[in-house]
Design a binder for this molecule. Structure first.
Ligand code: NAP
Length: 247
């Protein structure tokens, strides 16, 4: 699935799923721009990519900020002259039952998980239109369907991403650009590390494949959607959850 010479931006790639996606895309030959909120985090992944023989650029910044997104895309296009693949992966949780949820908890989760998808996609798509080829892959979640208690903000953002994906896919389909979403289930990363043993056992009992997912499982699906093999797939949600949502 060669992605030789393609330039990819992966947001939130300092750790977890985004880091794995950066490593997998680079392994297929893509030049990867690694975003994370903290510069040390972005640099660490970029160094891992180059250490493995790939090409990488660290571009830290807050993806919910229009100024940071503009600066990040400018730097990529100045350095490489193009942008072909965007993986909108950055995401956070700030759980709280609805009756006690603060406006700050609501706004921040919507901003980092959903507004960022709009900002990064809008800023990137003009370069894909220029090249008449592009891949936009948005990280949704099984929470779009079966949000956990305390995750009204997160579930709303992840469901919003699916609506965004479908409309945007229709708008740019005629220009050789596909827009799809990935919906991971329960994946072992820092985001899920804090969950109680009880919550883990409950989740496991609902997964037909009998184990939690890894960041590499999601990255493999992302490489497929970014590749030429997925050229006729757009506006879809690819669920990577060990069967959790079919029970
Ligand atoms: P994670 O391990 O918590 O890593 C999150 C990454 O996002 C970090 O690199 C972090 O940067 C970055 N980030 C956070 N806020 C940011 C901001 N404002 N601007 C730029 N970068 C920011 O998360 P993950 O588990 O890999 O999740 C990745 C994506 O998959 C998220 O969208 C998540 O909702 C989705 N997902 C995860 C699971 C799961 O089970 N883990 C399931 C379904 C969906 P720093 O490294 O600098 O802190």
């Amino acid at each position: 699935m060669s992605l030789e010479d393609r330039v990819a931006l992966i947001t939130g790639a300092g750790r977890g799923i985004g880091r794995a996606i950066a490593l997998h895309l680079a392994k297929e030959g893509a030049i990867v721009a690694v975003n994370a909120l903290r510069s040390e985090s972005a640099i660490r992944t970029a160094e891992e990519v180059t250490g493995a023989g790939g090409s990488a650029l660290a571009v830290s910044g807050d993806v919910s900020s229009q100024e940071d997104v503009a600066a990040m895309i400018d730097k990529i296009v100045t350095d490489y002259g193009r942008l072909d693949i965007l993986v909108n992966n950055a995401g956070i949780i700030q759980d709280q039952i609805m009756a006690s949820m603060s406006e700050e908890q609501w706004e921040r989760v919507i901003a980092v998980n959903l507004r960022s998808v709009f900002l990064c996609s809008r800023a990137s798509v003009r370069y894909m239109l220029r090249g008449r080829w592009g891949r936009i892959i948005n990280l949704s979640s099984v929470a779009r369907l079966i949000g956990n208690t305390g995750q009204a903000n997160y579930a709303a953002a992840k469901a919003g991403i699916v609506g965004f994906t479908r409309v945007f896919a229709r708008e740019v389909g005629g220009h050789g650009i596909t827009v799809n979403a990935l919906a991971p289930g329960f994946i072992e990363t820092d985001m899920t590390a804090g969950l109680s043993d009880k919550r883990r056992r409950e989740a496991l009992s609902r997964i037909p494949l009998g184990c939690l997912g890894t960041a590499d499982d999601v990255a493999a699906a992302c490489v497929f959607l970014a590749s030429e093999a997925a050229r006729y797939i757009t506006g879809q949600v690819l669920t990577v959850d060990g069967g959790m949502t079919c029970t």
